[in-house]
Ligand binder design. Structure first.
Ligand SMILES: Cc1ncc(COP(=O)(O)O)c(C=O)c1O
Length: 397
């Protein structure tokens, strides 16, 4: 029997669906509404700040917790938005994107055999990070069209080995923004069972209509048990810079930092300096309002394009993703539909089954990203209307 040299732990990880669909999109010259990255330019003042930082010689290793200016800017931002005083030295750590925050946070908080609970569908790095920690991931399902939390299902999923609840709001891929009532119910369960929360809030500035993002760390009794993760890549349309951060009590942030010092140790110094400028200047420049306004326009444009092509579009309350059905199209799975959509229609999307523990149980939906120029969305629209007419569900197809 041949034995692979790769560790057993990583067997089955495969290639992420994002990489697969992006490669297919390139091969077929498809309009890429798959992977979640903006195709429009980032704010000039942030780009200029990075160039200035490089020229000013901010080019050597940063401290493991992050450059002081950025940590201070993050603390100021938390005070401004949530009225909480945080210690930039001990309660903030910069990470190489939220992905490192998720990985290091999970390694820091789970022992082998411990359970981490999260909501399904879930971001695809969660299970891999749990597996590498030797832990077990359990899921509580959210169902379309509203993705409403079932608190009893959450309570039932808890066992004596449950240590961590990983909550993502605003939520990828559903666009759900957890309500205050839902967060209060989650908080009550976490306090009752002494769970730590990892809060993945990378889309915190991207919410629509009357929906409000509430960090679960700001609920009574939650600060001391919550590690909040964020990504400036999402907020400032600079995903390639990979600047994320963790905020929380010194004990949790310290544990993450302990792991981080042996994973990446330091994150790109000039980009951290530039993100300090971004966070400091954004409110005065009206940046967050502009961001929301622009995304609201993009969301409307993509909704219109998808409806014109015959898709039923679910509401996105936050993030930059829309979920639609593909009912009536004759494809066995969402992945098969997405491959066909790329090769035959020239538009890339993501199959949400990749966000399910058992992909076969995923609802028949597709995820489209609207962090795109309006021209990109319009071009996708011109291609999507070429889809064959959908056979009527009523006709039993
Ligand atoms: C829910 C969620 N968490 C984390 C990440 C990763 O963020 P970063 O690019 O900062 O590593 C993403 C990126 O798509 C995401 O959607």
């Amino acid at each position: 029997m041949t034995r692979t040299r790769a560790a057993e732990r990583i067997q089955g990880f495969g290639t992420t669906v994002f990489a697969e669909m992006s490669a297919l999109a390139v091969a077929h010259g498809a309009v890429n509404l798959g992977q979640g990255f903006p195709d429009f330019p980032a704010p000039t003042f942030v780009q200029e700040a990075a160039i200035a930082a490089i020229r000013d010689g901010h080019n050597q290793y940063a401290p493991v917790g992050g450059v002081p200016r950025l940590r201070e800017a993050i603390a100021v931002d938390w005070r401004r938005r949530f009225g909480r005083e945080i210690d930039p030295e001990r309660e903030v750590t910069v990470t190489t994107g939220a992905t490192e925050g998720i990985f290091a946070g999970i390694q820091a908080l789970l022992d082998p055999g411990d359970e981490l609970l999260t909501f399904e569908p879930f971001y695809d790095s969660y299970p891999a990070s749990v597996t590498l920690a030797g832990g077990r991931m359990k899921v509580v399902r959210l169902d379309p069209p509203d993705w409403t939390l079932d608190v009893n299902a959450l309570r039932r999923a808890i066992t004596p080995r449950t240590r961590v609840l990983l909550l993502n709001t605003p939520h990828n891929p559903t666009g759900k923004v957890f309500t205050r009532a839902e967060l209060a119910a989650i908080a009550e369960v976490c306090i009752a069972h002494d769970l730590v929360v990892i809060a993945d809030e990378v889309y915190d500035q991207i919410v629509y209509d009357d929906h409000v993002h509430i960090p679960i760390a700001t609920l009574p009794g939650m600060w001391e048990r919550t590690l909040t993760l964020n990504s400036t890549g999402k907020t400032f349309s600079l995903t390639g810079w990979k600047i994320g951060f963790a905020v929380g009590p010194a004990e949790l942030v310290g544990a993450l930092r302990t792991v981080r010092q042996f994973v990446t140790f330091a994150t790109a110094t000039p980009f951290q300096e530039a993100m300090a400028t971004a966070l400091t200047e954004a409110p005065g420049r009206g940046y967050y309002d502009d961001l929301r306004r622009a995304y609201t326009t993009r969301r409307a444009a993509l909704t219109e394009v998808l409806r014109a092509a015959g898709f039923a579009v679910l509401e996105a309350q936050g993030s930059y993703f829309l979920m639609t059905d593909f009912a009536g199209q004759e494809h066995a799975t969402d992945a098969a539909f997405c491959r066909w959509l790329i090769s035959e229609i020239g538009v890339a999307a993501i199959p949400p089954s990749a966000f399910y523990a058992e992909p076969a149980t995923a609802p028949r939906l597709v995820r489209f990203c609207f962090a795109k120029e309006l021209a990109t969305i319009e071009e996708a629209g011109r291609r999507l209307v070429r889809m064959p007419a959908r056979r009527s569900l009523a006709a039993g197809s």
